[in-house]
Design a protein around this ligand. Sequence first.
Ligand code: PA5
Length: 430
Amino acid sequence: MAAVSFDYRNLIEVEGGLEEQEIEGIRPRLQEVARELAEQAPGFMRLPRATEYREAAAALAEEVRSSGATDFVHVGIGGSALGPMALHRALNHPFYNTLAEERPGPRLHFAENTDPVTLGGILDLVEPESTWVNVVTKSGSTAETMANFLVVRGALEEALGRFGYQKRTVVTTDPEKGFLKQIADREDLKLLEIPQDVGGRFSVLSPVGLLPAAVAGLDLTELLAGAAECVEEVSEGGAEHPAVTGAALHYLMDTQRGRNVRVMMPYADALERLAAWFVQLWAESLGKEGKGSTPHAAVGTTDQHSQVQLYMEGPQDKVIELVEVESGPDLQIPAAYEDLEGVGYLGGHSLRGLLNVECDATRRALTEAGRPNATVRVGTLNERNLGYLLQALEVQTAVAGALYGVDPYDQPGVEAGKRITYSRMGRPGY
Ligand code: PA5
């Protein structure tokens, strides 16, 4: 069983919090939305049970690992990168790439932005003769991804000769259309498919996230089992499931209380990228037709020394969502300087104990100051809990889309900039 729970009491009990009748008022619509979600089962709801993607990703990962690969370069942007990065940061060693013998797979590199300094840095590090590249783009034509791919391909071709790079190139894309699919066919590249009804930001549990996770030795079965648990619970619980209820509460906080900033603040460095993934999910899915709340990522305790002042005393426009990890690796704080009262009290506690006390302290301080907040509790950071949490946040976003009355699966607002880029870069037809 996944150990993930949602505590929304401080959205209701806090001064100025939501009233029972407001929540009751939205319940019939929420029940309808939850029923539709279960009936229509959009692509992302079916991924946890889609064994074919897990098997294909696991088999390819095994090929990568057994080939003696030293480096695996994942090229993609937006939804084609943020989910894989979130999984990597949450579940692998924090310094995975610099581990030597104990590292369970090749070094993982993410080429997301088209910043030449970053990609140049990756190319400085990798050993071309034992490097694999995975190009991930659902549309098969994203300029940033294709440009980064061409650079990596060029470097591998130079080191390995014409076509030498082909054996170690994976293409993760739409199974039927797009330029990348054409390239894969033309050069006989290995191909993993992104299901046609799953958009980028909802694709972390498709081959987009599964291949890099498996390459680094993560347990795909557990990851998907956690997500499947969430899907089952949502189908059974409908509007009562906390992920669904949470969508309504955040929606009401925005539309009825003017709290149009949603801060996700995990108290775990390992969840920093998860917050970045969620920011994209919420922003790109809901920010349409003048609607949507603005997601923001923070990390506790670090941002207690940066942003909490604003959350406590700044404009009353935010909902703060703390994410607490209840247990995991820990370090004891040795007793020392016991004669110095400002230091000695720390001895005998642990770093995780301190982290979680600080999370609780922030929650209480926010509540006392009349600042609405919620808490997501994760038992420990493992595949099962992460799978559940990712799926729950996707469900919440999809439900929020229905409440706002927008299509959570499109992103028309990013097209204009793309067209200008294509035209400036000389793409025919633009
Ligand atoms: O969520 C989305 O759909 C987007 O963020 C895309 O993932 C992003 O634009 C990259 O698109 P593609 O995977 O087609 O390269």
